[in-house]
Design a protein. Structure first.
Length: 563
């Protein structure tokens, strides 16, 4: 059996290295017999779901690397592996370790096996015993297909478990489908389970197992966003963020601030995106190779003893330029007056202190000196603190808010989308900053249940790194220079400009987490404008790389080749 098809087939109720009991055994390492594994016991379901999580560990690093290394916010160093350099330069003709589609189909085949064999009719006290796990596995399958479509453009849509090489060959040779068809299929597939509660397997190796599972409504929002169903996307995001049982609020206290607004030195590092309160879901990774799959992201982005401090990827000039282009401002209040202070862009003790502070909060680089060409260890030390080697994020609250803003904007609600960036949405801000016509059009899409205490802490996403953005006179809703004939003309003028602001904010907030390339791709596809992606990526070094720009003007070069 070929290694490719073996990778897909060798699955089916596999045990998980971080499971809390014995691994479920099977009769063969290569072939699984369906009649031996009917999933009708609670332990079967637990082991099967955790087994799927185990398979997701194999693709976790690629979630970050494929989305970041091909964007404009990161560049490779001389220490980067040949595969990483080829990935970043879109030189994908040779075999590359980051192009392993069988790992994704192994996740999907696990999901298909579970969905085909779990006893969904089994009830206890009038409740379907496995409905929670069933929904979780459907979400895993949809999410993995969305990743596949973003990576490869078109892929075979396989919805039944593959148990033989012949079946795997037939499935992989069937007609391929694109991202819109994939999204539309899984929107219908997941919608009946939108409000199904997540299962709880307790604590597994000090981690809350609930966080392993994808938030269904946020995933539905993503599927609708990629499919161009913008009002539906906004609805799913809104209903998830505004859940009446557990609303997902921004963390006001975690903003990056200046400790000293006189010397402008040493800003706070309070914004920790790897904290439990910022995560919505993640793929848990192992801490030891002995236990299973260990993330290598630390060795790619950070100086470690293992890599002799030679990091392989570093922030690009485009990243530092975007951050520096922002204006940090402070609202200064006394008993008699209120002033707005704009932080200067010169005279800082470090260049990365200029503009938005999220970059400096998550990135440090120091030089120990004494480096020569024959040194075995690097004396330049880099740390990107927002990356956790034990967790690879799938959903984070601030990024969900930004996709919500993107959906609102494309649904024809640019004022509401901009309010997410600058003010945050609560009843007072909606009344103050969104006109009556748009409020009527938006309806409850922009209604958030915020109590009086929380209302005082409502902020826009931009304030997480750029100060008191609600008073920033330089950060404003785009308006045409002269009055346009109709209201719709003004909306049409604003939508692409607000979208540009949202995409910039996604870069400032989500840099190094694997979103950037796909954010550029999604907008470029929406606008039918390949130059939107090509121009951005070609400028990652600060000036235009004409060869890379020309390559990426052809959309066929955006995707990895299927084997």
């Amino acid at each position: 059996m070929s290694k490719f098809y073996q990778s897909i087939i060798a699955i089916c109720v596999i045990g998980c290295s971080f499971s809390c009991s014995d691994i479920l055994s099977t009769d063969s390492e290569l072939v699984e017999f369906e009649e031996d594994n009917t999933l009708n016991h609670a332990t079967d379901s637990v082991y099967s779901v955790l087994g799927i999580v185990n398979k997701m560990q194999h693709i976790a690093d690629r979630v970050v690397l494929l989305g970041e290394m091909r964007g404009d916010l990161v560049t490779t160093t001389n220490a980067a592996s040949a595969d990483l350099k080829r990935l970043a330069s879109f030189d994908l003709k040779q075999q590359n370790k980051y192009n392993q589609v069988s790992d994704y189909y192994a996740v999907i085949n696990n999901c298909n096996f579970y969905l085909a064999h779990v006893d969904t009719a089994l009830q206890r006290r009038g409740r379907n015993i496995f409905i929670n796990e069933y929904a979780v596995v459907k979400a895993y399958r949809a999410w993995t297909y969305l990743e596949l479509a973003k990576i490869y453009g078109e892929v075979p849509l396989v919805l039944q478990p593959l148990m033989t090489e012949q079946k795997a060959r037939e499935a992989m040779n069937q007609k391929r489908v694109g991202i819109t068809e994939i999204c539309n299929y899984f929107i219908d597939d997941l919608t009946p389970f939108a409000k199904t509660e997540l299962p709880n397997f307790g604590t597994i190796k000090q981690l809350n197992s609930v966080d392993f599972f994808l938030p269904m409504r946020a995933l539905l929002g993503d599927l609708c966003l990629w499919a161009g169903r913008y009002r539906e996307a906004a609805r799913w995001y809104h209903d998830y963020l505004n859940d009446e049982q557990k609303p997902v609020l921004l963390n006001y206290s975690a903003r990056v601030t200046w400790r000293d607004a006189v010397t402008f030195d040493n800003p706070s590092r309070g914004y920790n995106v790897t904290s439990d309160r910022e995560y919505l879901s993640y793929i848990p990774m192992e801490s030891r190779v002995f236990d299973g799959v260990v993330s290598d992201l630390g060795n790619v982005f950070n100086s470690t003893e293992e890599n002799k401090y030679f990091f392989q990827a570093t922030p690009s000039k485009a990243m530092s330029q975007l951050s520096a282009a922002q204006t940090y401002c402070l609202e200064y209040k006394t008993d008699t007056r209120t002033d707005t202070i704009y932080i200067p862009k010169t005279g800082m003790s470090k260049d990365i202190y200029v503009g938005d502070l999220r970059f400096s909060s998550n990135y440090t680089v120091t030089s120990l000196g004494g480096q020569d060409a024959y040194s075995e260890t690097n004396t330049t030390r880099q740390t990107i603190s927002k990356l956790s080697t034990q967790r690879v994020t799938t959903y984070r609250r601030s990024m969900v808010y930004l996709r919500y803003a993107e959906a609102l904007n494309r649904a024809g609600l640019p004022q509401s989308a901009f309010a997410v960036l600058k003010y945050g949405l609560c009843a007072d801000n909606v009344a103050a900053y969104i006109d009556a016509a748009e409020q009527q059009d938006a309806g409850d899409l922009i209604a958030f249940d915020v109590n009086e205490v929380t209302k005082e802490k409502t902020i826009g996403i931009h304030s997480l790194g750029s100060g008191d953005s609600h008073v920033n006179g330089q950060y404003v809703l785009p308006m045409p220079a002269t009055s346009l004939p109709t209201r719709q003309d003004t909306i049409d003028y604003q939508i692409p400009l607000v979208e540009d602001m949202i995409v910039n904010e996604m870069a400032l907030e989500g840099a190094f987490e694997g979103y950037r390339y796909y954010d550029l791709m999604r907008v470029a596809l929406r606008r039918n404008d390949p130059s939107y992606l090509a121009n951005a990526v070609a400028r990652r070094e600060g000036t235009v790389n004409a060869q890379l720009q020309s390559l990426l003007l052809d959309k066929s070069n955006w995707y990895l080749p299927l084997p």
